[in-house]
Design a protein around this ligand. Structure first.
Ligand SMILES: C[S@@+](CC[C@H](N)C(=O)[O-])C[C@H]1O[C@@H](n2cnc3c(N)ncnc32)[C@H](O)[C@@H]1O
Length: 258
């Protein structure tokens, strides 16, 4: 991270999203995904937006492109994906060519604080990305500016319970450099940016059940014992943090007024 605690490409690509880590996340979350629930929850969430075919969607922090592939193939949408990790985008672009979806999807390297198509998108979708962003007010204003009037915002993100947090949760958040909010505080930031129909749902129970079924997948992965033990432990730790109420998973939706 740089002085302002703003996440940088170097920080992401050398630590959490080093290529080996990305591939390990993908092995657990499912092909093309680096977020809980993989393809199944993506179909559900994209379906909630009820977008007309050919709508233009921005996938913020597109990762390996899993959501974009679902949106283009299953919902006939046009997608721009932006991500700050060069490692993610290198793999995403290989997958894009292999899936033959280049006509409908464009992946671009960049920071989601610096969006450059004002008023262009019918919807903005994002999965578990904004935890990396310190200046959420600036972020949400940038998203607002990129939507056309009437455009929709839908995202999931890691959130937190009220402080004080347990010592292990504080250490985890510090180590990752995450910037987390409670769900109501987050919703207030979204409203303050000008969004209407702001709704949110605490989906931590869903998070816990996904993590628990991921543990079965980890048991079946072709890993050396030490790697498996570490991966299992990190997933069990997430379950403990989520059950304690410190770590939460939020789903947010809002509309830019006409
Ligand atoms: C947990 S991964 C989720 C990836 C993808 N959304 C998915 O569901 O598979 C978080 C992603 O956010 C990206 N990211 C973090 N900070 C970013 C920023 N400032 N601008 C764009 N992308 C960012 C990371 O590089 C990473 O690909």
């Amino acid at each position: 991270m740089n002085h302002s605690n703003q996440v940088t490409q170097e920080f992401l690509d050398s630590a959490q999203y080093a290529t080996a880590s990305i591939l390990r996340y993908e092995a657990v979350y499912g092909e093309d995904f680096v977020s809980p629930g993989g393809r199944e929850i993506t179909i559900e969430l994209v379906g909630r937006m009820k977008l007309a075919p050919e709508s233009r969607v921005l996938d913020v922090g597109c990762g390996l492109g899993g959501s974009a592939f679902v949106m283009a193939r299953d919902f006939n949408l046009r997608v721009d994906g932006i991500d700050l990790s060069k490692n993610m985008l290198a793999i995403a672009n290989e997958k894009l060519a292999a899936h033959g979806l280049s006509e409908r999807i464009n992946f671009k390297w960049g920071d989601c604080l610096e969006l450059d198509r004002p008023g262009y998108y019918d919807a903005i979708y994002s999965r578990d990305v904004f935890l990396h962003i310190e200046d959420k007010t600036r972020l949400i204003s940038a998203l607002y500016a990129s939507l056309r009037p009437g455009g929709q915002l839908l995202f999931t993100d890691y959130c937190c319970g009220k402080k004080p947090w347990s010592e292990p949760f504080s250490a985890y958040v510090d180590d990752r450099g995450y910037i987390l909010h409670t769900l109501p505080d987050y919703a207030e930031l979204i409203s303050k940016a000008g969004f209407e129909q702001v709704e949110y749902q605490d989906i931590t129970d869903r998070f816990i059940s996904i993590l628990q079924s991921d543990l079965n997948k980890i048991a079946a992965l072709d890993l050396v014992d030490m790697d498996r033990a570490n991966l299992e432990q990190s997933w069990r730790d997430k379950v403990v943090r989520a059950k304690s109420g410190d770590q939460r998973w939020g789903m947010f939706s809002a509309v830019k007024g006409s």
